[in-house]
Design a protein around this ligand. Structure first.
Ligand code: NAP
Ligand code: F7E
Length: 351
């Protein structure tokens, strides 16, 4: 039986990947952080919590990563753990650099020293393209990061390549464009929108306040993207791949589609406020998935409209069940209105 170690197993992708690997017959290990309140709701939601082995580890702590890799003795490591919210990377640039930049290097060093046969997947990102050099981005497009998050991920991207080319490790970068699902964190724009639509529909919220509505993203469905990660580690030779749908939509289009799904008119409820605008944003992302289609036979299936529908319906159903008194694993009830907690503390953050 193959063994896999997933860092960041409690996150959106970690939970879906754990489910996929269990279905494929793997023995699955995952790292989790010590936090004051448990954060296993996604693993419970997908009914995989009792089918995995959890190991405490932090990406900033080399010894805990060494322990996780020694104890699990994996064939494959999927490095998904990160401070993954671009907005927060402007508030905590050094922490983000430590986790997202140096974290992967710590794992690569451990692999190099204890077992060079371990295959390594690095969660790289379309944010690397930043101010895009081409309107459609592929594996050869120049990177120009626009956030501390992307700059940190650039370090991990290159060290993954360097350890592959320099030490012969089986190490791959998946350059994944945005992928969403009902398990997406509430601070990301898609889930912020679908959760708000559900609450507005049920009379629990009055308005939705957003930042840059003109930003365009290539949004896919997360369960399909974790399949791409697995395929990258099953090929003969390690390589880097873009994973994307090839379509781009603005935040405004996502908003309109989400309200439409709930038979509501977005113009009646949506406002903008510059406190949600980043010091430096990425305006256009649209990936070319030709290489992964041709080499690994990976294709996205879920359309933009289907993705929005799945997310809106999931959030409406959850709030309905909640109001009916049901108890189930879920994040939204304890999440405060973002305007109260995400407000930027310093005017200097805004141009
Ligand atoms: P996510 O839901 O935010 O999950 C991030 C995971 O990392 C969580 O399990 C989190 O633990 C863990 N983590 C955070 N800081 C850590 C630390 N210091 N030590 C150990 N673990 C830590 O992110 P995701 O959407 O699943 O994304 C997975 C990976 O893909 C991330 O590396 C992200 O940057 C990258 N990525 C995501 C997308 C996307 O569109 N989703 C696209 C490209 C790349 P807690 O649960 O305790 O917070
Ligand atoms: O922002 C704009 C915002 O935070 C998308 C991460 O998974 O994908 C994700 O990063 C766009 C940006 O995701 C709000 O300015 C407008 O232009 O949902 P997001 P992201 O920054 O694209 C990449 C590929 C990753 O690697 C990351 O880990 O939406 N936007 N108004 C807003 N964004 C948020 N969060 N909140 C707003 O109110």
């Amino acid at each position: 039986m193959k063994k896999a170690l997933i860092t960041g197993i409690t996150g959106q992708d970690g939970a879906y990947l754990a489910k996929l690997l269990i279905e494929k017959g793997y023995s699955v290990y995952g790292t989790y952080r010590r936090v004051s309140s448990p954060n296993f709701w996604r693993l419970q939601y997908l009914n995989v919590l009792d089918k995995i082995t959890l190991i405490p580890a932090d990406m900033a702590d080399m010894s805990s990563l060494f322990e996780a890799i020694s104890v699990s003795d994996p064939d494959e490591i999927y490095n998904l753990a990160a401070q993954s919210y671009v907005g927060a990377s402007f508030d905590q640039p050094l922490l983000t650099t430590e986790i997202d930049g140096s974290g992967a290097t710590r794992i690569l060093e451990i692999i190099r020293h204890i077992n060079k046969d371990i295959k390594f997947y690095q969660a790289s990102t379309s944010e690397l393209y930043g101010t895009v050099a081409e309107n459609i981005q592929n594996e050869n497009t120049v990177f120009c990061p626009n956030s501390p998050y992307a700059a940190a991920k650039l370090l991990s991207f290159h060290n993954t390549r360097i350890y592959r080319e320099g030490y012969g490790l089986f190490a791959c970068n998946g350059i994944l464009f945005n992928h969403e699902s009902p398990l997406r964190g509430l601070e990301f724009v898609t889930r912020k929108i679908t959760n708000a639509v559900a609450k507005i529909k049920l009379g629990l919220q009055k308005e939705l306040v957003l930042g840059n509505l003109d930003a365009k993203r290539d949004w896919g469905f997360a369960p399909e993207y974790v399949e791409a990660m697995w395929r990258m580690l099953q090929q003969e030779k390690p390589d880097d791949f873009v994973v994307a749908t090839g379509e781009t939509h603005s935040v405004r289009e996502f908003v309109n589609e989400a309200f439409k799904q709930a038979n509501l008119n977005a113009d009646d409820f949506v406002k903008t406020d510059k406190i949600f605008v980043r010091p430096h944003d990425v305006n256009l992302l649209c990936g070319d998935p030709s290489k992964i289609k041709n080499n690994l036979n990976w294709n996205c299936k879920t359309t933009f409209a289907e993705l929005v529908k799945v997310m809106v319906n999931a959030d409406i159903k959850r709030w309905e069940n909640f109001l009916a008194g049901e108890s189930f694993a879920w994040d939204a009830p304890s999440f405060p209105d973002n305007i109260t907690i995400l407000k930027r503390h310093s005017k200097n953050n805004i141009k």
